[in-house]
Design a binder for this molecule. Structure first.
Ligand SMILES: Cc1cc2nc3c(=O)[nH]c(=O)nc-3n(C[C@H](O)[C@H](O)[C@H](O)COP(=O)(O)OP(=O)(O)OC[C@H]3O[C@@H](n4cnc5c(N)ncnc54)[C@H](O)[C@@H]3O)c2cc1C
Length: 150
């Protein structure tokens, strides 16, 4: 990272950012082009969990190449100023990469849904078997991540 003073090296601090964010931008490889979609997610123990319909472009691309990149960020505040060049933004962000796998075991899927729901709510939820069957659950095993704050 060019701005070393902005780098977050502490794993826990990166995990705190992941737990505080509500949208993850998931980037995939589409032959010679990138493809990116915003998604809700949950973070637990070094992995992201996402849910999706069974079909669509992102699923087709992940099936072809499971290597993905993701980004999450929090805007802490905008620093307003009189001069345009003095404006700034205080942010915290994490970028990572890893391998996407589709979960098939109903118990693993249930835990993944618990993780996604826990990202947004304190509640406890039940998931009907039909919903578990028809929904795809993606686990991204994070292999590398970096954090930055300004
Ligand atoms: C805040 C937020 C949270 C979301 N959470 C989830 C989630 O948890 N799970 C989930 O499956 N989806 C979620 N979505 C929707 C997601 O961004 C995709 O639209 C969806 O997953 C379908 O992607 P796809 O590749 O299958 O698109 P397809 O239906 O196959 O369509 C592909 C085409 O649509 C365009 N497209 C796809 N998505 C978008 C988009 N969001 N905005 C503009 N153009 C788009 C692509 O550029 C491409 O041209 C969320 C969207 C937002 C904004």
């Amino acid at each position: 990272m060019r701005r070393k003073e902005r780098e977050i090296k502490n794993q826990k601090e990166m995990e705190d950012i992941l737990k505080a964010c509500s949208v993850c931008r998931l980037a995939m490889v589409d032959e010679d082009k990138p493809y990116l979609v915003p998604m809700n997610f949950g973070y637990r123990d070094g992995a992201l969990y996402l849910h999706s319909a069974r079909e669509g472009k992102k699923i087709d691309l992940i099936r072809k190449n499971p290597r993905v990149c993701f980004e999450v960020d929090e805007i802490v505040q905008f620093r307003k100023a009189k001069e345009a060049c003095d404006w700034g933004v205080e942010y915290k962000s994490v970028i990572g990469s890893g391998k996407a796998v589709f979960l098939s075991d109903p118990e693993e899927k249930r835990r993944a849904f618990d993780t996604i729901m826990a990202q947004y709510s304190d509640g406890a939820y039940d998931y009907p078997g039909t919903m578990l069957e028809r929904t795809l659950v993606i686990k991204i095993e994070i292999e590398k991540m970096t954090g930055k704050k300004s």
